[in-house]
Design a protein around this ligand. Structure first.
Ligand code: GDP
Length: 484
């Protein structure tokens, strides 16, 4: 999960308002103090944090005064809620501004079938360049494009092997050499070969280290002159925090890259600092790296990023995922899109979405329900989820899930109700509601617990609700369809 700790802390700070009785300048200061502390700890530059605080105060205080003047006229509680919302909205907006590179437009890089485009990747060794090359290749491949990788790193022994291994795993054609020592020659050979084979996207991985920095930058410029890339991308390690600013400036002078990918935003404490520092230099971030695996690459845009970090969900991401799946399996997905347009989402649709962990962070509140945890935990839970689906009948899978909520009165139901008024059921001392019979059957059949089945069904409900909201002409799906 991206910047999980920062997101949690910001969330707690913002939500602490809900417990406050009086919303005044003091309450605002207290929230801002926690928000700023969380940002500073994530290595966001002090000046940027101060600017955020001043802007929120500047926006909120006049509105608070207005509300205070009204207090006593309207119901106080209503005014209090309004004040909370104003503060929450102002903080949200300023967090978005903090990671927004402003007018800096990302390079017009929209690879399409039938027209070769070359991406050159630069960055210091260890930043995650080679890993990101393969992730990017996979990203474009999933969109139905023909992608190839070229290894131009002749400086580091083993660089070609690493790229080869990654590329093989991702089933991406690659080019490199164990004997050729001139990176310019290799990159040109590779790019020429794949151009003649009509690849749509060619990604060139360059070296990240040299005896001297000037040599590294010279080599970068020579490769750039030789292969004439359509886009140069700087790969930056998110763990370096606000030092990202100096590094991006140095590379900018040497290679004039067009966009940045910030890596290692999963779990690294300084990620917030890196992203805000890059945004402050008005450089577009196009993707972020969120893990060591092939699919851990996410498109970056400020608003969804902040929403997701704060656990508010990411509709856009969900739609993109659906579109990606459309390319992988057009028939099934066309059906899915049609259903989503109508606002339908069955239990089987949830099953077909594949690993829920990727989707979890896109749904408000869901990543917490998934319980976070390490990779092993997640994969163990995924297996249990598969068992649960396998224990459902066709009728249940194709339903909207309400079957599992209908209360089917048990034979003893009525009697029990009567008993409960006089004495407690010893097997159920808390007087908990009896689970739905289908839920009970599925839990038994899959060797899981009632709670697990109910959690999965609750997740289905959340998706179904989102599908409803997204559906129809005025929903997100309708708008996207209209856009084409
Ligand atoms: P390069 O020297 O720039 O080519 O860097 P590599 O691609 O070899 O990556 C260096 C290390 O960072 C490897 O162990 C990668 O698995 C790891 N890495 C790369 N991207 C990410 C990411 O987004 N998250 C995490 N957690 N690790 C990453």
């Amino acid at each position: 999960m991206v910047l999980q700790d920062l997101g949690k802390r910001l969330n707690t700070a913002i939500n602490s308002l809900t417990q406050q009785s009086a919303i005044d300048e003091q309450a605002l200061d207290a929230v801002l103090k926690s928000v700023c502390a969380a940002l500073l700890e994530s290595d966001v530059n002090v000046l940027l944090v101060k600017r955020l605080r001043d802007k929120v105060k500047g926006k909120v205080l006049p509105q608070l005064e207005e509300i205070q003047a009204k207090q006593g006229q309207d119901a106080d509680a209503m005014q209090g809620n309004k004040a909370k919302q104003i503060i929450q909205k102002a903080i949200y907006d300023e967090l978005v501004a903090l990671v927004d590179p402003g007018d800096a437009a990302p390079p017009a890089f929209n690879p399409v079938k039938g027209k070769t485009q070359v991406i050159m990747m630069v960055g210091l060794q260890g930043a995650g360049k080679t890993t990101t090359c393969t992730k990017l290749a996979t990203h474009y491949q999933r969109r139905g494009l023909k992608v190839a990788l070229v290894c131009a790193d002749t400086f580091r022994a083993g660089a070609f092997d690493q790229l080869k291994q990654n590329a093989t795993k991702a089933k991406v054609p690659f080019f490199g050499s164990y004997t050729e020592t001139d990176p310019v020659s290799i990159s040109l050979q590779g790019v020429t070969k794949f151009r003649s084979e009509r690849f749509d996207v060619i990604i060139v991985d360059t070296s990240g280290r040299h005896r001297q920095e000037s040599e590294l930058f010279d080599e970068m410029r020579q490769i750039q002159d030789a292969v004439e890339p359509d886009m140069v991308v700087l790969v930056l390690d998110g763990a370096i925090g606000q030092a990202a600013e100096a590094q991006s400036r140095a590379f900018k002078e040497a290679s004039n890259f067009g966009a940045i990918i910030v890596t290692k935003l999963d779990g690294h404490a300084k990620g917030g600092g890196a992203i805000s520092a890059v945004a402050a230099t008005n450089t577009p971030i196009i993707f972020i790296g969120t893990g060591e695996h092939l699919h851990d690459l996410e498109k970056f845009s400020p608003q969804p990023f902040i929403s997701k970090m704060l656990g508010m969900g990411d509709m856009q991401g969900l739609v993109e995922r659906a579109q990606e799946m459309a390319l992988a399996n057009p028939e099934r997905q066309e059906k899915m899109m049609k259903k989503l347009e109508k606002g339908e989402f069955t239990v089987r649709d949830l099953k077909d979405q594949g690993p829920l962990s990727n989707l979890a962070s896109m749904i408000p509140g869901m990543s917490e329900m998934m319980g976070g945890g390490g990779e092993e935990d997640v994969s163990r839970r995924m297996k249990r989820v598969a068992f649960i689906f396998d224990s459902m009948t066709t009728e249940e899978l194709d339903s909207d899930g309400s079957l599992f909520r209908d209360s089917v009165p048990s034979a003893k139901g009525k009697e029990k109700e009567k008993e409960e008024t006089t004495e407690k059921d010893p097997s159920n001392p808390m007087g908990l509601k009896e689970p739905n019979k289908r839920v009970l059957r599925v839990a038994r059949g899959s060797g899981t617990s009632v709670q697990e089945v109910e959690e999965l069904l609750a997740q289905h409900q959340m998706f179904a609700k989102m599908a409803k909201r997204m559906g129809g002409k005025n929903g997100l799906m309708g708008k996207l369809a209209a856009r084409g």
